[in-house]
Design a protein around this ligand. Structure first.
Ligand SMILES: [Mn+2]
Length: 407
């Protein structure tokens, strides 16, 4: 039998709502998973499998890096291997933080060769943008273990928002997988596709106010049934994360901010993120007045979303686009744009909360200049330019590309 913790989408370093406390929460949640793995090591957690988006972006700050490093050292000391892949939030061409952890002997980056732990062979498939999936052949180096698992990052069927067909992957793959351990969709879920268990572990902290359910991770066991066939058992374990208190207020025509504040005060908001959603009709409500009431009740911070039609007329049709969670809306749109790695890097730079607006221009200019000089232009290069570029790139006018090509 092989027993692993399946986690992912830990998004360490995410300064959600511009809050330093929230940023610490993401690291704390990852540490809590590692604590559980270390505590369970003697009862047979054979590995921690991380399905991508360990960090929120490709440039984690030092405290987050050091925090992760120290957690990985604790796992290592307990004899629990850390097997991981790279998600879309941290993807960059070339080296990854995961490669550094791997060089230090603290992680294994899963790939098309099997990593065998106990009786199970683990393979990895990093996030691949939709525009490049046609190039994938799903060829893996065969194994001789009892069970086989593919760890992948992306939005797979049969779950919501899917753009990657699980059956296609399973049919094309030359290895017969008993399970797909997935990351990317932050909602924990599981299903069977043909004979294969497919499961998302969910995020370990709420990366969006839409993630209402308790956070946690999966405990997955691979064994044999009475007939000797592989049996996969997937269980959930919850994490004790920052409380989010959802206050949904439906206002009548003659109600307004007083009613919202009264509803807010009826909740226990100690150290919580208060997520206040207003629907119905009534008078205009100033978010600041609601936030103030929540903070007076002990909330760490409050977010107010007013779903009422502008002008407060409840008979107006609902808008086509909802910005209940602007961060989530932007993430969704950026994903749909299917930008190159460089494009996403620029987008992140422009929207980086931690970077002063006055520094954005210089940072972007530096990045573009470096990228042109290195020939690191992921959407326009070929394998040949990849090898040849570097030293002579900037001097050769033929190497110049338009911003359109670049993005
Ligand atoms: Mn994620």
């Amino acid at each position: 039998m092989t027993r692993v913790i399946h986690t992912g989408d830990t998004h360490v370093g995410y300064r959600q709502y511009h809050s330093p406390e929230r940023r610490q929460d993401f690291l704390d949640a990852f540490e809590a998973v590692v604590d559980d793995a270390v505590d369970d090591a003697s009862d047979g957690v054979d590995a921690v499998v991380h399905a991508g988006d360990l960090f929120h972006d490709r440039r984690p700050d030092l405290p987050d890096l050091l925090g992760v490093l120290s957690a990985l050292r604790r796992l290592d000391a307990a004899g629990v291997p850390f097997l991981a892949i790279v998600g879309n939030h941290e993807a960059t061409r070339g080296s990854q933080w995961l490669d550094l952890f791997s060089d230090l002997g603290l992680a294994t980056r899963l790939a098309d060769e099997p990593t065998v732990v106990g009786e199970t062979a683990f393979y990895g498939l990093d996030h691949v943008p939709p525009s490049r999936r046609d190039e994938l052949d799903y060829e893996f180096v065969p194994h001789d273990a009892n069970h086989a698992v593919l760890v992948a990052h992306g939005l797979f069927t049969p779950f919501p928002h899917a753009d990657w067909d699980t059956e296609t992957v399973l049919d094309a793959a030359n290895v017969d997988f008993d399970a797909l351990l997935l990351g990317d969709n932050h909602v924990a879920d599981r299903a069977q596709v043909d004979d294969t268990w497919v499961t998302y572990c969910g995020s370990t902290e709420r990366a969006s106010a839409e993630e209402r359910d308790a956070r946690g991770y999966n405990l997955v066991e691979f064994g044999a049934d009475a007939g000797g066939e592989t049996a996969v058992d997937v269980r959930r374990r919850s994490l004790d994360t920052r409380p989010f208190v959802f206050v949904d207020v439906d206002l009548a025509a003659d109600e307004g901010v007083d009613r919202v504040r009264e509803q807010v005060r009826q909740h226990d908001l100690d150290d919580a993120v208060a997520v206040v959603t207003i629907t119905g009709g009534g008078e205009p409500v100033t978010p600041a007045a609601v936030e103030e009431a929540a903070v007076e009740e002990g909330a760490l911070l409050a977010r107010v979303t007013d779903h009422r039609a502008v002008g407060g007329d409840p008979t107006d049709a609902a808008p086509d686009v909802e910005f209940g969670d602007p961060d989530a809306a932007v993430r969704e749109r950026v994903r749909e744009m299917d930008l190159s790695d460089s494009g996403r890097h620029l987008d992140e730079t422009v929207r980086d909360d931690g970077l002063a607006d006055s520094n954005v221009r210089d940072r972007v200019a530096d990045f573009v200049a470096d990228a042109v000089a290195d020939g690191d232009l992921d959407d326009v290069e070929t394998d040949e330019t990849d090898d040849a570029a570097g030293d002579d790139g900037a001097d050769d006018p033929d190497d110049q590309v338009s911003m359109e090509d670049f993005l």
